[in-house]
Design a binder for this molecule. Structure first.
Ligand SMILES: [Zn+2]
Length: 263
């Protein structure tokens, strides 16, 4: 039974899991799909701090194969998303029961064991049963979509507002699509031609290169007003200065990412 453990930077070992016993409130899941992302690449390369040794894999879907006797709302055979982020349980917010505002969110593959393994045993509240209309691939993007929706909610922009998204990776793609869904106009800025082409293919009208023409192109896209908000994606490693250059005065700049990057 596979279990891929990161022992140190660039040292990934397959150490088969032994038999795992189930407590009353736990479920056992056969992992069927894991999405590897830039986050795993950064952990693997040693660019993010990892509490070694840790099994990698942050985003996963599986089928429940066993349930403890005090498990509610999850049944054997259910297709589930395994939550890759947990509140710490120790900070002030957690102690007050306000776990949504935890100050030290624990991440799978970094703080606790991730899901690139055959079986996961965990508390039944750490899984979400998937409706039939959400396929496995889209389920793997749940956390990205949730992050994008949260940003949308907090920006409170009226329809038609122009939002710069700086960085053209997968996170940016989800952000742009969520923005369009809510009738905002994304302006994706990146230094990689292939990423920009992918954005255009996904229906993003303004996919602009981070080159000498950037300011002129953004001015044209915004009728000279600049952007109503900017979302900078740190792991894109594009010059963060761009965000300030394309943002109108007194508007909001969001730092968005699945991983904290140090500049
Ligand atoms: Zn906490």
């Amino acid at each position: 039974m596979d279990n891929w453990i990161l022992m140190a930077p660039r040292a990934l070992n397959n150490q088969p899991l032994g038999e795992q016993t189930l407590s009353a409130e736990q479920v056992k899941i056969k992992v069927t799909y894991v999405l590897l992302t830039n986050f795993d690449a950064l952990c693997y390369a040693g660019e993010l701090p990892v509490a070694y040794p840790k099994t990698i894999g942050r985003f996963a879907v599986g089928i429940v194969t066993e349930c403890g006797e005090k498990v509610y709302g999850v049944e054997k055979g259910a297709r589930v998303f395994i939550k890759g982020a947990r509140p710490c349980g120790n900070c002030l917010h957690c102690k007050k029961g306000d776990t949504d505002n935890c100050e030290d969110i624990q991440i799978a593959g970094q703080d606790f064991d991730g899901f690139l393994r055959d079986f996961v045993v965990c508390d039944y509240r750490r899984v979400a049963v998937l409706p039939d209309e959400v396929d496995n691939f889209h389920a793997l993007c749940i956390e990205h979509v949730a992050l994008a929706e949260n940003i949308y909610d907090q920006l409170r922009l009226p329809a038609g507002s122009k939002v710069a998204i700086i960085g053209g990776n997968a996170t940016a793609g989800v952000l742009a699509q969520v923005a369009m869904y809510h009738k905002l106009i994304p302006i994706v800025i990146d230094d990689d031609a292939a990423d920009l082409e992918r954005m255009r293919h996904a229906g993003v009208y303004f996919a602009i290169a981070a080159d000498d023409e950037l300011e002129a192109n953004v001015a044209e896209a915004t009728s000279g007003m600049n952007c109503d908000a900017a979302v900078y994606i740190p792991c894109s490693k594009i010059n963060p200065d761009i965000a300030a250059r394309v943002l109108a005065k007194y508007r909001t700049l969001v730092l968005d990412g699945m991983a904290p990057m140090k500049f």
